[in-house]
Design a binder for this molecule. Sequence first.
Ligand code: FCB
Length: 463
Amino acid sequence: MSTRRFPEGFLWGVAAASYQVEGAAGEDGRGPSIWDTFSHTPGKVLHGHTGDVSVDQYHRYPEDAALMRDLGVGAYRFSIAWPRVQPAGSGAFNELGFDYYKRLADELHGAGLKAVATLYHWDLPQALEDAGGWPMRDTAMRFADYAAETFSRLGDHIDMWITMNEAWCSSVLGYHIGAHAPGRQDRSASWAAGHHLLLAHGLSVQAYRAGGGGAAGAAPIGITHNLETPHPATNRTEDAEAADRAMDMRTRFFLDPIIGKGYPRRHFDAYPGETPPPIETGDMETIASPVDFLGLNFYFEPTLAAAPVGQDGEVRDGVACHPEEFREVPTHHERTEMDWPVTPRGLYRHLKRVWEHIGGAVPLYITENGCAMPDELSADGLRCHDPRRVAYLREHFAAAADAIADGVDLRGYFVWSLIDNFEWAYGYTKRFGIVYADYVNQRRVPKDSYYYLRGVISGAEPV
Ligand code: FCB
């Protein structure tokens, strides 16, 4: 039997995000966000699904808190919808919006959980996108105001703050690839967006430190990234170089400025057509404002090989070209319903590499990990079997425990997600929950993975 253990005080949690679970899109003065606009635009989200109702957590949070209490987790990571607390993204704040997050935090505390709040999980107020969105510097200034106000209003309710969730997704999927809101396709705008997201992070950390950050100002503050530490497809030098090159865009661009190393110059030097981000004096110091932890979202480790440089869609000598000199190659791994490879040892390598890259500067948290897998609801509707999710979690927990044993200061682990929800451009077609959501009658059914996680937390299940 395995002797793996998680340290005393290890923080187990589950995670979700405002637009994915809240619903109540038009209630209590909430303004529209870019995800409302995007999901209501035909052709953008599968089947035309929207977050208008979702799993209605805005009204059902007491039931969800009870589920978390029974699960035994120590924390819930949720996000604050900026347009709920500041409908136009500038100017007036909405008291009813703050009230909701106070009620939610109180309910969590009553259930014995910590409230871990993300300030930005992608729902930019539409009015700010109309003014240019994240490629505009002013959006970072608006975010700093929103953050400062939120720290002072909710500071005594929140136990841990995360400024941004996955700036790569907001900038690259939102402004370059266009698969996420606001759906723009402009490569240089996406680098500007990336810079302004990081700047917004830095400004908000400064505001937090300056304002004392609520009750005691003692709640830690950090940022969550979806970094990548790709695996080279072969041990040929060009594949190893391609995997390293990918790290510039997926890891170094977003992580290095946070730890005071600046942007990876090589990336912009290598591509003559690439526009470097619009950095102004003092920006890099602001972005490097010290954080208390780094949050990592991990789903899989990509396997990359060198590719001829060319435009997306161009084929040379039978090989698809890529502007970035690398391409993902198919592997033998099991795949999830997102078509993501299941690579638990990749999590071990990821934690080790990120930990080494930051020189052990701050503790790490896994702020998201989980998978979309087939679920089988029992005939009586009371149980939901998801053996592949149980196996996925088991293997990833083991990898995390091994990384801790090998010296990585990993303090907590948040499973994505508490409950099935609106999976962005995939709508409700991908289920990541450890609780099954019946979208017709809002019934919640804990899956086998929920009971498995409960066993891991209580110590009944070996890791
Ligand atoms: C991450 C997002 C999260 C969820 C998972 C599956 O990139 O942060 O909201 O959609 O993927």
